[in-house]
Design a protein around this ligand. Structure first.
Ligand SMILES: [Ca+2]
Length: 341
């Protein structure tokens, strides 16, 4: 996601707030009406409270229905940006320590294997390793690009710019095509992998944040705790999962990478990557990448958050970077049990 996330307002919450305000307003009006509304009929005052009651009940009922259906009705055809609820695990005879609702996913550490230069002006929103080079999607209005980057030098080899009205987001490669999401314009661009020339576009109803692929389906995040599976040919959603750590929703899922049967997701505004089972949506582990940039790196320039995971399945190498970061890192994980050593 972007630096201007502070102004992003979940649509569903807006509607809920509006309905709540409408209800509060009605209650005030009702209160005023029942207490003071009288009319002078035929020379004497008639209290209208009795005639108001059925109308009030009907209006209240209508607003209650609106309150219940409002977000779904108004957000259509989009989807709410609110997080989806996680199932509350049913209690069983299992001891508490083994129950999902009480479990904490293990936290992995990291070791830096190697550092690479990274364009400090790249507002990284998508990162993929393929063809022995990096493919990177960058964001910001007027600055969004899709680029091919030399790994060793960080030099941009080839690039294409998005129209200034689009804020580039996650990217993924399937066969000879590169897909790139946009943040709030509900448009995915498809490029030729070799030339980076735009081929076509698809539309979707959510925001666009992260994108990856399991080799068959595209997997997309929208800033909530949902992952959507999409057909690369049509971009139609073929399924989705709700991402939870135990029974806690894990929202703000950002840049993604499919690694060894798991979906790894940067969690926006944190130094953590969630390791997600794409079948169940459950977080099976966390990777704590705090301290990746040195104090000198942080002092040298203004940087934004950790965002960007790439993977080379041939060598099993993992690469991470961040928005406006001057460096890209190859890392290895340190299992939770080894972190103290
Ligand atoms: Ca990625």
């Amino acid at each position: 996601m972007c630096a201007t996330q502070g102004v992003r307002v979940p649509k569903g919450q807006v509607m809920t707030a509006r309905v709540t305000m409408a209800l509060a307003s009605l209650r005030l009006n009702e209160k005023t009406g029942s207490a003071t509304r009288r009319s002078n009929t035929g020379g004497h005052w008639v209290n209208e409270e009795a005639t108001l009651v059925p109308r009030v009940i009907m209006v209240r009922f209508a607003l209650l229905v609106l309150a219940l259906l409002g977000p779904a009705v108004v957000v259509t055809p989009g989807l709410s940006q609110s997080s989806a609820a996680c199932p509350v695990m049913s209690r069983s005879a299992d001891p508490p320590s083994t129950m999902a609702e009480n479990s904490a996913a293990p936290i992995y550490g990291y070791r830096v294997v190697r550092e690479f230069p990274h364009d400090p002006d790249a507002f990284t929103q998508g990162l993929v390793y393929a063809d022995d080079v990096l493919y990177e999607g960058t964001g910001q209005y007027g600055e969004s690009t899709l680029r091919r980057v030399d790994m060793e030098s960080g030099r941009v080899l080839d690039w294409t710019a998005l129209d200034p009205m689009y804020f580039g987001e996650g990217i993924a490669i399937v066969a000879d095509r590169i897909y790139q999401l946009t943040w709030q314009t509900q448009t995915a661009f498809v490029y030729d992998r070799e030339t980076l020339k735009p081929l076509t576009t698809f539309s979707y109803v959510t925001e666009g944040w992260g994108l990856t692929t399991d080799g068959e389906q595209l997997i997309m995040s929208d800033g909530t705790n949902r992952l959507f599976f999409r057909d690369p040919e049509t971009f139609k959603a073929s399924g989705r999962v709700t991402v939870c750590d135990g029974n806690q929703p894990v929202p703000d899922l950002n840049e993604l990478e499919y690694i060894g049967g798991e979906v790894w997701a940067n969690v926006w505004q944190t130094d953590r990557i969630a390791r997600i089972d794409p079948v169940t949506g459950l977080v099976t582990g966390w990777i704590d990448l705090s301290g990746l940039l040195s104090a000198a790196d942080l002092e040298a320039q203004s940087v934004d958050v950790l965002n960007g995971i790439a993977y080379d399945p041939e060598t099993d190498k993992i690469f991470v970077t961040g928005k406006l970061w001057p460096k890209l890192f190859e890392i290895e994980l340190i299992p939770p049990t080894d972190r103290s050593g």
